[in-house]
Design a protein around this ligand. Structure first.
Ligand code: NAD
Length: 555
């Protein structure tokens, strides 16, 4: 039975409940409530319920938040709470194996899915921006970005450099919130990172946090330092204070070149993000304020030069890719007609994994006890001794994935491996090897869970990039399989740009949960394999043919 209602916390003081006491009628409701609390506690502006990505929100407003909490506390084991864009709207009777919570966030009718209409609806208090994991209550702090970046550079190493970046220099730009995961992502794979950043305060911050170990103002000195470290096989991370476009242009014309080049400057925003060449950070601030049109024009010229330099490097055989920052779209809009000749990171490095149903899962130890996190890590190590990328990631998490909120772990696991790991943890809960249940969830960026033509579904072999059916099918399958929470979102990134689905299962140690786990962790990545095979991705076609998934009935 639920415990007595505590006093409502101050609005900016949400902390996830820990330990073994239930405030709800069961662990499935309690687990979901702790995930909501954990998401807010890890958010960028918890006082505004803003979690990440500038506007990604966990609940419509504070009254909605408190109503969600109250409904979860009283929710029965055969009831489902319905949440519409962050506001709880109804509770219906369902089945014990049905989801306890279903959510739909920011889904606009396609022709009305414009920035202006969204802003109008948001101002009216009718919707919120859910991003991926903000409104599905699956955010766990910075670990997700760190691990994803590690995976991308791991796949890059695999594809181009025999499995390791040792002896290689990777050049990139931007040491912001997302970009600062690049230096560790590169060094964790054995390489030397040189990240160009224009803002000295960002560099100072990353020196302080240890994301980079040395910073330079002079390109020649930085390059000599990189070459020496690479020659010695050292994994090192350096920053260079400069404009990324200038540095890429320099290397496009130089005789010595980095081994791989990408970029994570904020090119998606040519007024408030990307900095034009020839300006210091202070000068950029002044021009932005005094003459925004001139700023935009100069940023556009720079982004075009930046992209042309990347294409020139690529023509010389240097692996180059866009890393999700809209650099190509910005360059195209500024006259680089072949901007999309530069490949995106998903088709290159993520799709081969997604095609086989391998992707990100994250588990959250609801006890709050770091000992539980260590035990779960140990279980993963023991279950997958041959997964060298996973083993390396787990050995580095102590340094790069500190506990934020509830102890959590994210890693990439394949089809079959996900089910095996979740069943193992469910068993650990049952045997008391973990002190409380575990909530298992994932990013919406996963095999079958996202349709985003500018990213996850860019350049599908059959041209089906904009087909939005698959995330809906994914969400419905997760309801059918008995996930505890199922969410369907639109518009992560730009309004009108994507459709995605999320899910959470709470491992309470019961046999009935083990049954649901087997269904959900087969169909959730399984529909991703089917989506990719249907599109003709060769890895998926081959994987499907050798798997137990029954699919592909019509050629
Ligand atoms: P941010 O705004 O926090 O940081 C961007 C950094 O780039 C800033 O420090 C800025 O000073 C620097 N910068 C801007 N123009 C520069 C230039 N010309 N030369 C050198 N430095 C320059 O952004 P962030 O959170 O780090 O995200 C970076 C980009 O990645 C964004 O465009 C974002 O949309 C994108 N992103 C991609 C993914 C993905 O899945 N790949 C996920 C999230 C964000």
């Amino acid at each position: 039975m639920p415990g007595p209602m505590r006093e409502q916390p101050m609005q900016n003081e949400i902390r996830p409940h820990t330990g073994n006491t239930l405030r709800c009628r069961g662990w499935r409701q309690e687990g979901i409530l702790r995930m909501l609390e954990n998401t807010i506690a890890n958010g960028e502006r918890p006082e505004d319920l803003i979690i990440y990505g500038s506007t990604g929100q966990a609940a419509r407003d504070w009254p909605s938040y408190h109503a969600i909490v109250a409904r979860l506390r009283e929710l029965r084991d055969d009831e489902t709470l319905v949440v519409q864009s962050g506001k709880p709207v109804a509770v219906f009777r369902s089945y014990p194996t049905s989801p306890r919570v279903v959510l739909a966030t920011c889904n606009l009718v396609p022709r009305w899915a414009t920035h202006e209409e969204f802003e109008r609806l948001r101002a009216e208090g009718l919707t919120i921006h859910g991003q991926y994991t903000a409104a599905s209550w699956a955010y766990i702090g910075s670990q997700g970005i760190m691990q994803g970046t590690f995976e991308v550079f791991g796949a890059c190493a695999q594809q181009h450099f025999g499995g390791s970046l040792a002896g290689r220099v990777v050049l990139s730009g931007g040491l912001g919130g997302m970009g600062s995961a690049q230096p560790p992502g590169i060094t964790m794979n054995g390489g030397v990172a040189l990240v160009v950043e224009i803002d000295p305060s960002r560099i100072a911050r990353r020196l302080e946090t240890g994301h980079v170990e040395e910073a330079f103002d002079d390109l020649d000195t930085a390059w000599r330092r990189c070459r020496a470290a690479a020659a010695a096989g050292e994994a090192r991370a350096f920053a260079l204070r400069a404009n990324a476009a200038d540095v890429c242009e320099h290397f496009a014309a130089a005789s010595e070149r980095p081994d791989c080049v990408t970029d994570q400057t904020s090119a998606h925003n040519l007024l408030h993000g990307y900095v034009p060449s020839g300006l210091t950070m202070d000068e950029a601030h002044r021009l932005r304020a005094s003459d925004p049109d001139a700023y935009r024009r100069r940023a556009g010229e720079t982004v075009a030069r930046h992209l042309r330099a990347l294409l020139a490097l690529r023509a010389e055989g240097v692996p180059c890719f866009e890393y999700g920052n809209d650099l190509r779209a910005a360059a195209l809009a500024n006259g680089v007609e072949d901007a999309f000749e530069l490949p995106g990171f998903v088709p290159l490095f993520v799709r081969p994994s997604f095609a086989r149903g391998r992707g990100p899962v994250r588990w959250v130890l609801l006890s709050g006890d770091p000992a539980d996190q260590r035990a779960a890590d140990e279980a993963a190590r023991a279950l997958f001794p041959d997964d060298l990328l996973l083993q390396r990631w787990l050995s580095l998490t102590g340094k790069w994935a500190p506990i934020e909120g509830l102890p959590a772990r994210t890693c990439w696991l394949g089809y079959g491996a996900r089910e095996a790991m979740m069943l193992r943890m469910n068993e650990m809960v049952a045997r008391g090897e973990l002190r409380a249940p575990v909530a298992v969830t994932r990013d919406h960026l996963d095999s079958g869970a996202s349709a985003w033509p500018a990213r996850e579904t860019e350049n599908m072999p059959d041209g089906s990039d904009a087909i939005g059916d698959w995330p809906y099918l994914n969400a419905m399958l997760n309801v059918a399989g008995g996930a505890d929470l199922v969410a369907i979102h639109q518009n992560a990134g730009n309004i009108g740009g994507s459709i995605s689905a999320g899910m959470t299962v709470v491992l309470d140690g019961s046999n009935e949960t083990a049954e649901r786990v087997s269904r959900v962790f087969a169909s959730d990545p399984g529909i991703g394999v089917v989506r990719h095979a249907d599109a003709g991705v060769p890895e998926a076609v081959e994987f499907l043919a050798n798997s137990d998934i029954r699919a592909g009935f019509v050629d």
